[in-house]
Design a binder for this molecule. Structure first.
Ligand code: FAD
Length: 451
């Protein structure tokens, strides 16, 4: 059997890995249109802040290493079209501008997404950057040490924008963070958390221009000099646009069923509308556990799960993509937060009636001194007030307690209720936590509130 895999990031890598794990003698052709295999944007902040020194190490695999495992790796070669009837693809070799046809038995697409550009006047000026992929990582790194760059404007206060703002703040730049929503990280955290984080961002020389819409970029000699919103104009030597992504699928519109946002429609087995063609990663939707509906959740975790499941299915297994909850975590200077599922702020958009309970606690019993790492912890649990089903949660502390979110993710996936969590068994040791885990505390309080 010959399998063609398109895209060398999370979804493509995991598909290849999954096939190799089970049937290493499968003929695999792996295509990447960029000139680098398997760059991980997830590791970009660590590189930009100098924690990871070599940009080329921010990857899962090398072409050489994968070739040694028998994979035919093609770099700087773009798959430009598919003939589903003939089971062929057209490959454009970007090095010598030649094209050729390749046959497949099974085809897996992990074409991913590209950063969206804000459609306003001046968006073609120089020094308007994105934050995704190795090329942008190298360009951004140069700007962190460029003395001509003093004012950096980041557009989009989601988790990538927060990473960009933190990088440039730590590099000593004055940062303005613009978002159309009234709070940073508004899709990940409710206000109890973002109030604390907003203060932290401001304390680190990041000006929050939230609740503002970008109207235009102004510049001279072809270079950006300011960003104008509906409320103010911000001097900008560099702009980093992190306001959303666009699926890399325009080349597929006449071949596969896409939705109105260009996402490839897949069933639970990750099959597209054409036989023997699977799609995974950021250009698809995933089943969302709290509602059972499909949702676009662009995360490496989802892409990797999908890649593994596509590999299983094309090898003849019958495996469905499990529902996920969009669990993610991030550090914002001294704070670490994680969230999963539905928040109070996203409940209406998901068509769900929810109620939440917010608790603050300390990570350890009161007798443990602060110097021993006893920190305040903020936790919010969101549930269905009718049947008590757990829908989501958020946690934040200066101590890393983010792993609690994985327990909530499992609770959502397993349709557990407040009643299950109120007395669930979690360990206690004063060096780590309290006799009642903050999840127990919140579920017990929620049940009391409801009674
Ligand atoms: P992509 O990563 O978009 O890659 C698609 C690849 O396919 C590209 O290399 C592209 O060049 C190639 N390609 C596209 N079309 C073709 C074609 N026709 N022929 C050949 N090659 C093609 N997620 C997390 O879970 N945790 C994190 O901490 C996290 N941090 C992130 C930080 C940043 C700064 C960014 C930008 C994203 C982060 N993500 C994180 C999200 C994660 O990176 C994406 O969800 C993931 O990369 C999606 O993988 P993918 O395989 O769908 O596609």
């Amino acid at each position: 059997m010959k399998v063609i895999v398109v895209g060398s990031s999370h979804g493509g890598f995991e598909t290849v890995r999954g096939i190799l794990a089970e049937k290493p003698d499968t003929e695999i052709q792996w295509y990447e249109k960029g000139d680098f295999v398997s760059f991980l944007s997830c590791g970009m902040q660590l590189y930009l802040e100098g924690v990871v020194k070599d940009v080329n190490s921010v990857r899962y695999a090398t072409a050489k290493g994968m070739r040694a495992k028998g994979v035919n790796v093609f770099v700087h070669q773009e798959v430009t079209s598919i003939d589903p009837k003939a089971h062929t693809v057209v490959v454009h070799n970007l090095d010598d501008d030649s094209t050729r046809e390749e046959k497949y038995d099974k085809l897996v697409l992990s074409a991913g997404a590209v950063p969206a550009s804000i459609p306003v006047p001046g968006n073609d000026l120089a020094n308007i950057y994105a934050m995704r992929g190795r090329d942008w990582a190298i360009k951004l790194k140069a700007k962190t040490v460029d003395p001509d760059v003093q004012n950096v404007t980041v557009i989009g206060a989601g988790y990538i924008g927060i990473e960009a703002a933190e990088v440039f703040s730590k590099a000593g730049k004055h940062v303005t963070l613009i978002d159309i929503l009234p709070r940073p990280l508004a899709l990940y955290l409710d206000q109890e958390f973002t109030d604390v984080l907003s203060k932290t961002l401001t304390d680190h020389n990041i000006y929050l221009a939230t609740g503002q819409t970008v109207k235009e970029f102004n510049g001279e000699n072809g270079k950006v000099q300011s960003v104008k919103t509906d409320q103010a104009e911000y001097p900008s030597d560099l702009v980093v646009e992190t306001a959303g992504i666009k699926p890399n699928t325009s080349w597929l519109k006449d071949t596969l069923d896409l939705n109105n946002k260009g996402l490839v429609k897949v069933n639970d087995h990750l099959e597209t509308s054409q036989p023997d063609i699977y799609a995974v990663g950021d250009s698809t939707k995933v089943p969302f556990a709290p509602t059972g509906k499909k949702l676009q959740i662009a995360l490496a975790t989802n892409a990797r799960r999908q890649g593994r499941i596509a590999a299983k299915n094309l090898l003849g297994h019958d495996m469905k993509m499990p529902a996920v909850s969009g669990s993610s975590a991030l550090s914002v200077f001294d704070y670490h937060f994680a969230s999963t599922g539905i928040k109070e702020g996203t409940s209406e958009a998901n068509g769900v009636k929810s109620q939440s309970v917010f608790v603050t606690d300390t990570t350890q019993p009161p007798f443990v001194p602060d110097e021993a790492g006893n920190e305040e912890v903020y936790f919010k649990l969101t549930f269905d007030p009718e049947n008590h089903r757990i829908l989501g949660a958020q946690i934040m502390s200066k101590r890393d307690v983010t792993a609690n979110m994985n327990a909530i993710s499992l609770a959502i996936q397993g349709s557990m209720t407040l009643d299950d969590l109120a007395y669930a068994d979690f360990f206690f040791q004063p060096g780590f936590d309290r006799p009642w885990n903050v999840i127990n505390v919140a579920a017990q309080k929620a049940l009391q509130d409801l009674s």
